[in-house]
Every structure is written in structure tokens, then in C-alpha cells.
Write a protein that binds this ligand. Sequence first.
Ligand code: ATP
Ligand code: MG
Length: 253
Amino acid sequence: MSSIAVHVQGLHMAYNQLQVLKGVDFDVETGSIFALLGSNGAGKTTIIKILTTLLQQDAGFASVNGFDVAAMPNRVRESISLTGQFAAVDDMLTGRENLRMIARLRHLAQPRQVADDLLQRFGLTDAADRRVSTYSGGMRRRLDIAMSLVGNVPVLFLDEPTTGLDPEARIAVWTMIKTLAADGVTVFLTTQYLEEAEQLADRIAILHEGTIIANDTLAELKKRFPPAEVEYVEKQRSLEEIFLSMIGTKERS
Ligand SMILES: Nc1ncnc2c1ncn2[C@@H]1O[C@H](COP(=O)(O)OP(=O)(O)OP(=O)(O)O)[C@@H](O)[C@H]1O
Ligand SMILES: [Mg+2]
């Protein structure tokens, strides 16, 4: 039997008059990769903030790693790590110092070793002793994700993990995410790149106008939208076409 790492039921959230979440429900299985899709402003980051205890919901229930986010925020924080939509690295420190700082904050026994291993895995060894202010966008993003991996947490939240990365760096991050999931880490990610969801996700959920309007495997989503018949050639629908038809947007040609 599979266990549930993230459980969300009837989640509501408003910012003043703006009702962003209007009853959001979904579950994420332990060790799976779950991709949350939605247009800009749909509320993806809002859901991540609630699940990572940065924001408290107006109504509804959410638990992470079995802990109620509203009632046991400290237990949730011990179970997770978050790479936010905007990088959380300290510009004035070097890459190595950033990693060691997190390792110390997480009370790890060997912060040096942990930092060195992550620098190696993310191809940052050569740049390890340079200030982050001199890093390229892709290097900062890699460091940011490396920082979220300090301490082997069971649930990882990645808010648009590859935005701004070049194709090579993006593929490196994908490989890393797949490896983590294979090791049993639950990965919750949001993305604007539908190809990213196609590549990675065991399940894909679409958030639209405050609720989840689809939550399925890619294969199931494709079944719901049969191939378009173009004369004699059957063309398999891309996730992008499925997404756009679900949210009711006219396809851009
Ligand atoms: N602190 C806030 N105060 C007021 N409104 C907010 C606040 N944070 C978010 N919003 C609004 O709530 C809506 C959802 O925002 P959110 O950041 O969750 O969307 P998103 O799906 O992550 O978008 P994006 O794809 O652009 O990252 C948006 O309309 C946004 O302007
Ligand atoms: Mg966002």
C-alpha cells in the first residue's frame, strides 16, 4: 500500500478581496514526483507557502509527512525543504560557505563533507570559493537547489526549479530530481514548462480559477484528449495542448 506524503483538502485562501484558492484537494504519494501547473497568478506559490508553513490557510486541511501544517508547523519544517521561486542564496558568501551555513543550521555532523559532496554533484566545485555575486543565473539556481538538499529531508518543494536555466542546466536538474525520487524523496514542484512536467512527473495537477481541474498521469491526460486527426496522420497531443484546452485558452498558432 502506498502512503501519502502530502494531503490537501478543501483549501481556501484569499488575499483581501482576492479569493485565490476556492477548495483545493489533492494527495501526493510518498516517493513520487507531483507537478502543479497553472497560469501566472493561479495560486501555485500560495499552495507551496501554505504547505511549507510560510502562510496559514483561511480554511481547509493540509498535512505534510503526516503533520498538520497549521497545528504542527515545526514538525512540518523538520520534514521539508523548499527552493522558492526566487533564489535564497547569500550573495556575499561563497558557494561553499552558503552550503556549510545551511548544514550547520540543520545541525549536521559533518557540514564540510556535506558541502563538498553537493558542490561536486552540482558541478560547482571550481566556483566553490567565489562569492555568489559573481555566479551566473544557472549557477545560482544550482546552488539554491543544492542548498535545499542539505540534510536528506523526506519532502522537497521546488517552486519553478528550472526557470531561467539553459537547456543543459535544466536537464542536469531533471536528472537530480529523478534520482531523488528514486531514493524515496517526495518531490512537489511547480513549473511553467510543460515539457518539464512531461519529463518528470508521476502525476500532473492543473490549478485553475481556484480549484484543481485535472489530476492524473500524463498517459491518462492524453487519453482524455484523444489524438487530433490531421488528414491521415494521428498527432499525439502535447501536454501544452491539453493544458491550454483545459483552461479554455485559445491555442496560440
Ligand atoms: N501577499 C500577497 N498579497 C496580495 N495578493 C497576493 C499576495 N501573494 C499573492 N497574491 C496574489 O495571489 C494570486 C496568486 O499568486 P501566486 O503567487 O500564488 O500565483 P502563482 O500561481 O505562483 O503565479 P506565478 O506563476 O506567476 O508564480 C495572484 O493574483 C497574486 O497577485
Ligand atoms: Mg509562483
